[in-house]
Design a protein around this ligand. Structure first.
Ligand code: SF4
Length: 369
């Protein structure tokens, strides 16, 4: 008898790496996650795109507000998804969205809600929006969706699942036929369900719901902290990085990111504590919340004053225009159903006037090769 009775397809990438992660933690901790809020809002906003072929731009602010997601980020990801969907939509005729599936495999009920499903007579196609960077391996989630599709209808001979990487504008497709389904189910049962009791820590522990109570993860973090806190390593990274192998550079960055993530969690916890309970004084130091008051100008009230004293060139020196806010104003003014055309027209005019200056932002990110 298995010690778990239910698993979600979305938990399988981690469960295949470390089956212990699929077992419930003794203490459940719910953490808010901004990236997840944006991801949920984008998934919701993309449903009309898949079902009607058109993105409802006017609805995006409401959807972002409903999930507490950053509007600019939600809009940016929707625009990227719009462009990616135009490339692949031909492969998903009559697609429907958010389709729930469940089936019994051994003693475990496997469930999953598939973002996009297109059913043929013998072949089913699924797709899953991915709004993060292409850094993790979601193969086992995609194969679980393929398995659920095949199990849902005996007439289907093949199922595929395409991961739609919105930020990177990339796609990744996995397939299962009937023979592959049997093999995948055996592997799932052997690896995840009939767990041998071992823990397999790694950088994936950062995504595990048991990481706060897991000794194996704790040992790994201690190792990473010790490695990063080594002054020789810091000196080599700063002064002799060309002598390090690519493998060592990747490994050092992963360790540094893990340590930074944990350190930030500690900082945030202490900040919250000081905000709630007041200053902490110890060791000759005071932990306190420093409040800075910065002056800002109410543009509408300031406009007559600025207009009186400033030339156009002076005004241009002082004023920054937010493209997303300008788009929001024209879209709102144009009214429901006409917002997208108004935004396109505005951007066309700004481009023609040579007013749009691209600005490159460079960030170091980790992606799968
Ligand atoms: S924290 Fe890491 S080692 Fe521990 S259960 Fe989760 S994935 Fe496994």
């Amino acid at each position: 008898m298995a010690d778990i009775t239910h698993l979600r397809a979305s938990s399988l990438p981690l469960a295949f790496l470390c089956p212990a992660s699929a077992r419930p933690p003794k203490l459940r901790i719910v953490q808010s996650n901004d990236a997840a809020d944006v991801g949920t809002a984008v998934h919701e906003a993309l449903r009309p795109l898949v079902e009607t072929g058109r993105l409802d731009w006017d609805a995006i602010p409401g959807v972002a507000a409903r999930y507490g997601a950053d509007l600019e980020e939600t809009r940016f990801l929707c625009a990227r998804a719009n462009s990616l969907w135009s490339r692949v939509q031909g492969s998903f005729p009559d697609a429907v969205t958010e389709v729930p599936f469940s089936d019994q495999i051994g003693d475990v009920e496997l469930t999953g809600t598939v973002d996009i499903v297109s059913l043929g007579e013998e072949v089913a196609r699924a797709a899953d929006w991915k709004t993060g960077h292409k850094d993790s391996d979601y193969k086992q989630q995609a194969l679980a969706y393929c398995a659920l599709l095949l199990l849902s209808d005996y007439r289907l001979q093949e199922a595929s699942c395409t991961l739609l990487w919105v930020r990177d504008q990339d796609v990744e497709t996995y397939r299962l036929d009937r023979a592959g389904l049997g093999k995948w189910k055996r592997e799932f049962l052997a690896r995840v369900v009939e767990w041998n009791g071992a823990f397999y820590p790694g950088h994936h522990c950062g995504y595990c719901p048991r990481s706060h109570e897991c000794e194996a993860a704790n040992a790994l973090i201690r190792r990473d902290v010790a490695a990063i806190a080594d002054k020789e390593l810091v000196a080599r990274a700063e002064c002799a990085i060309e002598l390090m192998s690519p493998e060592e550079i990747v490994s050092v960055l992963q360790k540094a990111d893990t340590v930074a993530r944990y350190a930030e969690r500690v900082r945030q916890a202490i900040k919250k504590h000081v905000e709630r309970h007041g200053d902490i004084i110890a060791n000759g130091l005071r932990l306190t919340i420093d409040t800075e008051t910065r002056r800002s100008i109410d543009v509408l009230k300031a406009w007559p004053v600025l207009d009186k004293h400033f030339s156009d060139e002076d005004l241009a020196e002082c004023i920054t225009v937010s493209i997303s806010k300008a788009e929001k104003v024209v879209a709102t003014r144009a009214g429901r159903g006409k917002g997208a055309a108004a935004v396109r027209a505005l951007n066309g005019e700004l481009d023609a006037a040579g007013a749009v200056e691209p600005k490159e932002v460079k960030r170091l990110v980790v992606k799968r090769a």
